[in-house]
Ligand binder design. Structure first.
Ligand code: SF4
Length: 437
């Protein structure tokens, strides 16, 4: 989502003639930091980034926008070198604020940071900024097209509804226009992104469904591959699995956040399903697309997750869920989320141990999945990687395996076929079967 949001910020800045956009902060007059606040670690990363920019380019004015700016505007404004803080409802004002900061003033150091912020929590979606897919691409591969924003759910650990507001969607016409434009520009893989993607289109008039939208997007002439960002399991339209089974251009890769494999913990999280139902969902998905890559997110150390609940969760993930990898998040209290007020907090040292144990589970699942793909020919897209080994190209397969291909002179953003020859750690090596036309 933040990649899509950053592209939107870049697109807005590109409308200002007098401004040249650069990707290096070292020589910039103004640095825009589009921030995340999904975990306390994201917040720490923002603070570190601001300090680094200040150290490496003390004269730069920093504009902090995005979810950290929305959650804690005063804290953001107090960081060194910050010239402005712009909340999520006001990103359209960013070009004007940036231009203003570039105008020399008599005593620039005396100027207090500009803070433009209004709460988004509980605001009628009609009054929130709409979702406008943009076609600006920040690297040379895999553009993310934001088609949905905000969330109406009430998961007790989650800050997102507070900082992004209620659910809303881009119109199918705008989505199709963005995809057509990106296809015409030659992008091989396009990713549709949203906060609660499975609820796409519910409030549109007439309503629309993600499965139907995906079918329309796949009708775009010249589209090579379409991938979907995470979809909450309670809103996963099984039509997507049927479409993926029939059309190899829809990447057989689904990320379904589970959050816990313990029903007791799921209940405290206010997640509206049980572990067994999650496993049934994955099994049904696999009945359509047997070798799809299915990943998840799990939070460890949620309040009330005792040893038995963690062991049940880890055992479920490893033995019964049908998953292929896990992104592990360590729970921590934070202002503004209901779980902070829950009892039965877990000791941080235990959270650390559980995180390590679940990372090990994930590594075993991933090893099994990638080993099962050795010898297979997969479609993929060549990526742009800074600092990669000379002569080594990385290809991301349709089923989300990063494959190193040696000895191939391949530009980024090429549609290729690669045979996976071996697994090396959590990655794979392969050989090219076909070069792009
Ligand atoms: S559904 Fe996702 S975005 Fe919405 S509250 Fe739950 S975790 Fe947060």
């Amino acid at each position: 989502m933040n990649q899509a949001d950053s592209a939107q910020v870049a697109a807005a800045l590109d409308t200002v003639d007098a401004m040249e956009r650069t990707t290096s902060h070292a020589d910039a007059d103004v640095v825009v930091l589009n921030t995340c606040t999904v975990t306390h670690r994201s917040d720490a990363d923002v603070r570190k980034a601001v300090k680094r920019i200040q150290r490496e380019n003390p004269s730069a004015k920093v504009i902090i926008t995005g979810c950290y700016a929305q959650r804690d505007p005063e804290g953001a404004a107090a960081l060194p070198g910050v010239g402005a803080v712009i909340g999520n409802a006001h990103k359209s004002r960013l070009p004007v604020v940036a231009s203003d900061l570039m105008t020399p003033t008599a005593a620039p150091e005396a100027r207090a940071p500009v803070v433009i912020h209004t709460p988004m929590d509980g605001v009628d979606p009609e009054l929130l900024p709409g979702v406008e897919p943009v076609t600006t691409v920040l690297d040379r591969t895999r553009p993310f097209v934001k088609i949905q924003d905000g969330c109406d759910a009430v998961c007790t650990y989650c800050i997102i509804p507070a900082v992004r507001g209620r659910a809303r969607s881009a119109t199918p016409q705008d989505v199709l226009h963005a995809v057509r434009t990106l296809v015409d520009q030659g992008y091989v893989e396009i990713v549709l992104a949203g906060v609660h993607l499975g609820t796409y289109g519910r409030a549109l008039v007439p309503p629309m469904d993600l499965g139907e939208l995906v079918k329309r997007v796949l009708d775009v002439q010249g589209l090579v591959r379409l991938r979907l960002s995470a979809i909450e399991p309670m809103a996963f339209p099984m039509e997507l699995a049927r479409v993926a089974a029939a059309d190899p251009r829809l990447a057989p890769h689904f990320h379904l956040p589970l959050q816990s494999g313990s029903d007791r913990v799921l209940k405290r999280m206010v997640r509206p399903y049980r572990a067994k139902e999650f496993a049934e969902l994955v099994a049904e998905l696999r009945s359509h697309v047997p070798d799809a890559c299915v990943g998840t997110d799990v939070i460890v150390g949620f309040p009330g997750e005792d040893d038995a609940a963690f062991e049940a969760s880890a055992a479920f993930v490893e033995e019964a869920s049908g998953l292929d990898y896990v992104h592990v998040f360590s729970y921590s209290d934070r202002d503004g989320v209901p779980s902070t007020r829950l009892d039965a907090k877990v000791d941080p040292r235990i959270i650390k141990q559980r995180s390590t144990a679940l990372h090990e589970v994930s590594a075993r699942l991933w090893t099994r999945y990638v080993d099962g793909q050795v010898g297979r020919v997969r479609a993929g897209v060549s990526l742009e990687r800074e600092g990669g080994l000379p002569g080594v190209v990385e290809v991301l397969t349709d089923n989300y395996i990063p494959v190193e291909v040696t000895g191939a002179a391949l530009a980024p953003n090429q549609d290729v076929r690669v045979t996976i020859t071996e697994r090396v750690g959590n990655r794979a090596r392969g050989v090219l079967q076909s070069l792009p036309a």
